[in-house]
Design a protein around this ligand. Sequence first.
Ligand code: GLC
Length: 462
Amino acid sequence: MYKKQILILCGVLFTAMIYSQQGFVHEQSKGYVWPEEKNVHEKLDSWQDLKFGVLFHWGLYSVPGIVESWSICSEDVDWIPRDSNVSYEEYKRWYWGLKDQFNPVDFDPDQWSDVMEKAGMRYAIFTTKHHDGFNMFDTKESDFSIAKGPFKNHPKADVAKFVFEAFRQKDFMVGAYFSKPDWHSQYYWWDYFATPTRNVNYKIERHPERWDKFKQFTFNQMQELMTNYGDIDILWLDGGWVAPPRQDIDMDRIAAMARSNQPGLLIVDRTIRGKYENYQTPERSVPAEQLPYPWESCIPLSSDWGWIPDATFKTPVEVIALLIEVTAKGGNLLLGVGPTSEGIIQPEVEVILKEIGDWLKINGKSIYNTRITPHYHSGDVWFTADKDSKTIYAHYVPENDKKIPSVIEWEGNTPKKGSKVTLLHIQKQVKWTVDGNKTRIVLPVIKNHINLPLVFSFETSR
Ligand code: GLC
């Protein structure tokens, strides 16, 4: 009887383990370790001023417009759709073959950077290699690359180089997304075995020399990125399951190499708590409360990271509301955008982003370069503060489709007695009264009032 119970318990624990390994969305890690290096600290501080960035997912998956990389991973979960008429092995062959179709003849990184600049973004992260192992840079380590397929004779065949360049020219910080797992490498998914999960598919203890090769291969690729692609601000490492103790790629060695080439580099070894996770990256979500250390919510503009046909996009108001909430809680917002397989940002996305940028152009003071204020939220209103804490910004975020009322109220963060409260987008003072802890703003009549968040700036008595 007792034995049976233990067996059942083991079964439950085992199932729980499997499921916890298969979580799609990366959890943010709890502990944070402040970097010791002064220049990393400084870079973090400047990065926190930027608030709004873009994360491009561009790769083989952009050709048919499917989920990024994951469809070749044989885990049985609902978010990995795959044609059920072909066998897994056949499917993989088809997927690898996409390399011969990927020919982004309209590739125009200046259009990308134009669109993102107009959106009010200030940093850009680009997928140099996703989990499928397809390289979006000209690596010497593999032929499985955009620079070796039909696009190889194009003057911008080393696409990562030109993406970084286009954004640096607009004073963006630039970051290289790099997936630690590589499902195309024989040192990670070895053809000798099946590939049932996202993990390395052989026992590292039995084949240590193969794993050593993987480590060297990964090191070499990151070295290429850190030496041949100009100044890089962020190394954004995905695939958190590649980590010690089992899948140790020697981050100390990688980080030392990376920082010797890119002083002050921010290393974001996602979900791996410790000194190489210089900021945390809650995914598709915003933390419930303010966090006292650097972080960034990464959230795609559509339902997917890469380009997919007939996507439904978030509205400009939704994105602005996210940006406000994230800023009030002390984070940055990294918005996911997928360029098309031809190599451009589609017009529909451009229109949405432009509206966000137009809002930021007149209200951006309340977002960029701000820091958190202890009291940051009251009903529909979110607060941020200037770095010197003198000026407070109150953002009123209208609920979807709800008309903006003529009176707006919040609790806490009371304006200083006799001071002015300015409605930012019209640069006009508004009438305000205080009732105990409550501030009440009477909105002036504004012509062509649009249903976008309103920002009030004022000094507090704190
Ligand atoms: C998740 C997905 C990965 C994607 C990343 C972007 O980790 O697994 O495919 O690139 O999110 O944040």
